[in-house]
Design a protein around this ligand. Structure first.
Ligand SMILES: [Zn+2]
Length: 173
């Protein structure tokens, strides 16, 4: 089955080889800076999924494929699930947390994933954000009461961004 990746729109198109008709069109996830591009799509050796390099979104994505039934399902959590597999994340009941069984780089990534999982189940995940200043993108914890913080620091990135927007508006006027 021909698979076409679209860089401009970030779509992956599956086509029937005989009829040349589109069978499925999957939109990749928006990643870093809201960008999405599908630079390359490669079927797995067992043909149960397709990996997609979403370069500008800084994502490596997976689409589950069943060519017999024509089912194509975007699996946005695939990269994290695979990283958790490689880290061998296991429940440590004594410490009431997830702990990586692997060492090295996979284990280090596993420690980060364990913290992410704890934040997701603990309800604080939505407070962990990336600074809206494109030149910064620093990760920060939003401690505001209504969870509306947009910058890592109002004094630095907040004021800079607002000043820049003000100058742009004045230049246009
Ligand atoms: Zn910032």
């Amino acid at each position: 089955m021909p698979i076409i990746s679209f860089v401009a729109s970030g779509h992956v198109l599956f086509m029937d080889a005989e009829t040349r008709r589109p069978v499925a069109c999957i939109r990749t996830s928006a990643g870093a800076g809201g960008l999405r591009q599908a630079h390359m799509s490669t079927p797995s050796p067992d043909e149960t999924y397709v990996t997609v390099a979403n370069q500008n979104g800084k994502l490596f994505e997976r689409i589950l494929t069943n060519y017999k039934t024509g089912a194509f399902v975007h699996d946005p959590a695939a990269t994290l699930n695979r990283a958790a597999d490689l880290a061998g994340l296991a429940v440590d009941f004594a410490r009431a947390e997830l702990a990586p069984q692997a060492g090295g780089c996979a284990g280090a990534v596993g420690c980060v994933l364990a913290s992410v999982f704890a934040a997701m189940t603990g309800g604080t995940w939505s407070r962990l954000k990336a600074c809206r200043n494109e030149g910064c993108r620093w990760a920060f914890y939003d401690e505001s009461r209504n969870r509306s913080a947009r910058w890592c620091s109002m004094q630095l990135c907040g004021n800079r961004t607002k000043t820049r927007a003000y100058r742009t508006r004045r230049a246009r006027a």
